[in-house]
Design a protein around this ligand. Structure first.
Ligand code: PEP
Ligand code: MG
Length: 590
C-alpha cells in the first residue's frame, strides 16, 4: 500500500529540485557494543532499559500531541502503533529475561528483542505490514539514544545520496556538507537570508528552511521531493507529481545552459548603461565556478567562513595563502575581501566570542575586530600582501559611524607600515570600502562617502536592523521586505550620496540575487551588483532586457508608494508592460 502524498510548506532557501530518500538528523541508528554484565549489575541494567523505554514513549506522546489538525488522520495511526509496540509488556519481558538469564547488556538485549520482532513480521503475507519492519529499527535507535544519553548526530555518518531533514543546521554544517551525498536539505527553523541559506545557494544545494515540524513529520527513508524555489517538501510523492517535477528540472537545466552560452556578453541595458556583475563567495573552492558563471570579480568574500567550526582563527600566513589563491584565480578581476564578520549566526567557537543574549546586536563584526586589534591586523596584513597578486579591495562590515570607520582605517595604516617594514609588496592604491548595513550609517552616507572609495550595501542586515526583524527567525520572516518604502528611500539616499562624492556604489545583499528586484536596482543607478555566483547568468539576462531610462521612472514611481503591497503591484504591472517576455521566462524557469 502506497503512503499518501503529503505537502509541507516552508521558505524557499536555495532553488532547485531534489528527489530522494530522507535522512532525518537526530534519529541516527545509534551504535552500541555487546557486553556481558556481572550479576551485580543486572538490576541497574534493567532499570536503565525501563527508563529509556519510558523516555521514548514520552517523546512519542509529545510529538503526537503536537500534530496539527490536518496531520492527525495521517500520522496519528503511526504514532499509536509505535506506542503500542513500546507499551507491549512482551517487549520489556523479553529484554529483562535476556539481561537476567543471558547477562546481555541493555543495548544488546534490546537489539535482539527487536530483531526477533522483525523476523516475525517477515513471515507475514502483507506488503504493508512487512514494510513496517523499518519501524522496529527506528524505535530501537530511539531507545538506544536514550540509553547512551546522546542525541548527537553527525553528517559524517551519511554514506548514500539523501535529502537531509533536520531541526536546525548551522552555517558550519552546511559548509561541510558532502555534495555527493547531500542532494538537498530542509530544516524546521531558519530564514531566507540566514547564512545557512546563503551558503546553500552558493553551493547550489536545493534547500527549504522554516518548514516548522518537518523533522518530526518525515521519517527516515521516506521518499521526498524538495522544491527549493517554492519552499515545498512533498513526502511520498505520487507518480504524477514526480513526473511534473522531473519535467520542471529539465526546463531549468535547459534555460541555464542557454544562459551560460551568453555569459561573456556585457551586463548592459538596452540603452547602454553598464552594470558590473560580481559574485559573493564564502569558500575558496567556489572561485572556479564563479568564473564559469561569467562574474566580473568577487564583490563580497566572506572571510569569516575560513574560521567557522575550526575553534581557532588562522594565522596571518594561512590567511595570506588563501587570499592570494582567490586573488590569483580571479585576476584581472577585482576581489573585495571583507574583514571578519563574526558573530550573530556565524560564531567561530573561540573564547573571545561568548554566547550573547542578542548576538546580532552584540560584539559582532567590526566591533569584535576593533576589540581584538592583533587578530584584525593579522588579517589586514594578509590582505595587503595578497594585493600584490591582483586587484584587491577591502570591505569593512557593520560600520555604524565615522569613529568606527576611522579606527578601522587607523589599524589598516598600521598594518600597512608593518608590511612595508618587512619589505613585503602590496598594492598602494588598494581601495577601501564599507558595507552599508546599519541604519545609522545609511543615514549619514554623505559624511562617510568622503572617507572611502566605495559603498557596498548589505541588504540582509540593513533590512534586519531597519525593520527590526531577526533574519534567522522564521516567525518574523514575513516582515522581511525589500520593497518596504523605508528600504527604498534608504537605497536612494545611499546611491545618491555615494555618487555625489564620486565613489562607486554596489549591493552585495541578497536583494541583488533576486530576479524580481533587478530592474529597480538598475533604475537606482547601482554601479555593481554582487550575488550568489550561479545567479550571474540569470541576472545578466534581466539587465540586458532592461531599459535604464524606463527603470529610472519605475524607481520614481516606487518612491511614492506608501506600502509594500502597493509597491508589489507597481512592480508587477511594470514588468508586465516593460519586460514581460524575458523576465517572465526567466522567473518561471528559475
Ligand atoms: C548583508 O548583510 O547583506 C551582507 C551581504 O552580509 P552578510 O549576509 O554576510 O551579513
Ligand atoms: Mg551583513
Amino acid at each position: 500500500m502506497r503512503r499518501k502524498e503529503r505537502r509541507i510548506w516552508g521558505i524557499g532557501a536555495a532553488p532547485g529540485v531534489a528527489e530522494g530518500k530522507a535522512y532525518v538528523l537526530g534519529r541516527r541508528k545509534a551504535k552500541f557494543s555487546k557486553r556481558y554484565i556481572p550479576a551485580t549489575q543486572v538490576k541497574r541494567e534493567i532499570k536503565r532499559v525501563r527508563t529509556a523505554i519510558e523516555k521514548s514513549k514520552a517523546d512519542l506522546v509529545r510529538i503526537k500531541n503536537a500534530l496539527g489538525r490536518e496531520e492527525i488522520n495521517e500520522h496519528v495511526s503511526i504514532f499509536n502503533s509505535h506506542l503500542m509496540i513500546l507499551e507491549d509488556p512482551m517487549l520489556l519481558d523479553a529484554v529483562t529475561e535476556m539481561i537476567f538469564s543471558e547477562r546481555k547488556n541493555a543495548e544488546w538485549a534490546l537489539y535482539t528483542a527487536f530483531e526477533n520482532y522483525k523476523k516475525m513480521f517477515e513471515t507475514i503475507d502483507n506488503d504493508y505490514l512487512r514494510e513496517r519492519k523499518s519501524d522496529f529499527d527506528y524505535l530501537n535507535s530511539w531507545i538506544l539514544k536514550h540509553l547512551s544519553g546522546s542525541s548527537e548526530d553527525s553528517l559524517e555518518d551519511i554514506d548514500e545520496k539523501v535529502i537531509l531533514v533536520a531541526h536546525y543546521l548551522s552555517p558550519a554544517d552546511t559548509a561541510r556538507m558532502d555534495r555527493e551525498k547531500i542532494i538537498g536539505f530542509v530544516t524546521d527553523i531558519g530564514g531566507r537570508t540566514s547564512h545557512t541559506s546563503i551558503l546553500a545557494r552558493a553551493l547550489k544545494i536545493p534547500a527549504v528552511v522554516g518548514a516548522e515540524r518537518v523533522s518530526e513529520l518525515v521519517g527516515r527513508g521516506d521518499r521526498i521531493i524538495l522544491d527549493g524555489r517554492e519552499g515545498l517538501v512533498i513526502v511520498n510523492p505520487s507518480p504524477e507529481t514526480t513526473r511534473q517535477y522531473r519535467e520542471r528540472g529539465l526546463r531549468y537545466d535547459h534555460l541555464e545552459k542557454a544562459l551560460l552560452k551568453e555569459r561573456d556578453l556585457p551586463a548592459e541595458t538596452v540603452d547602454g548603461r553598464r552594470v558590473v556583475l560580481t559574485a559573493n563567495v564564502e569558500m575558496v573552492e567556489e572561485v572556479n565556478a564563479v568564473r564559469e558563471y561569467g562574474a566580473e570579480g568577487i564583490g563580497l568574500y566572506r572571510t569569516e567562513f575560513l574560521c567557522l567550526g575550526q575553534g581557532r582563527i588562522p594565522s596571518e600566513a594561512e590567511h595570506y595563502h588563501v587570499y592570494r589563491s582567490v586573488v590569483e584565480q580571479m585576476a584581472p578581476f577585482p576581489v573585495a575581501i571583507r574583514t571578519f564578520d563574526f558573530g550573530s549566526d556565524k560564531s567561530p567557537d573561540i573564547n573571545h566570542l561568548r554566547q550573547e543574549m542578542n548576538p546580532a546586536l552584540g560584539l559582532r563584526s567590526i566591533r569584535y575586530c576593533l576589540r581584538e586589534p592583533a587578530i584584525f591586523k593579522d588579517q589586514l596584513r594578509a590582505i595587503l600582501r595578497a594585493s600584490a597578486f591582483g586587484k584587491v579591495r577591502i570591505l569593512f562590515p557593520m560600520i555604524s559611524g565615522l569613529e568606527e570607520l576611522r579606527r578601522a582605517r587607523g589599524l589598516f595604516e598600521e598594518a600597512k607600515q608593518e608590511v612595508e617594514g618587512q619589505n613585503q609588496s602590496f598594492d598602494p592604491n588598494l581601495e577601501i570600502g564599507i558595507m552599508i548595513e546599519v541604519p545609522s550609517a545609511a543615514l549619514i552616507t554623505d559624511v562617510l562617502a568622503k572617507e572611502v572609495d566605495f559603498f557596498s550595501i548589505g541588504t540582509n542586515d540593513l533590512i534586519q536592523y531597519c525593520l527590526a526583524i531577526d533574519r534567522v527567525n522564521k516567525e518574523v520572516a514575513y516582515l522581511y521586505d525589500p520593497l518596504h518604502p523605508s528600504i527604498l528611500r534608504l537605497l536612494k539616499e545611499i546611491v545618491d550620496a555615494g555618487h555625489g562624492e564620486g565613489i562607486h556604489v554596489g549591493m552585495c545583499g541578497e536583494m541583488a540575487s533576486d530576479l524580481r528586484y533587478i530592474h529597480i536596482l538598475v533604475g537606482f543607478g547601482f554601479d555593481h551588483l554582487s550575488m550568489v555566483g550561479s545567479m550571474v547568468p540569470w541576472i545578466k539576462k534581466v539587465v540586458r532586457s532592461t531599459n535604464f531610462e524606463e527603470a529610472r521612472k519605475l524607481v520614481e514611481t516606487l518612491l511614492q508608494g506608501k506600502d509594500s503591497e502597493e509597491n508589489e503591484k507597481i512592480l508587477s504591472s511594470w514588468i508586465q508592460e516593460n519586460s514581460p517576455n524575458i523576465t517572465g521566462q526567466v522567473l518561471n524557469a528559475y
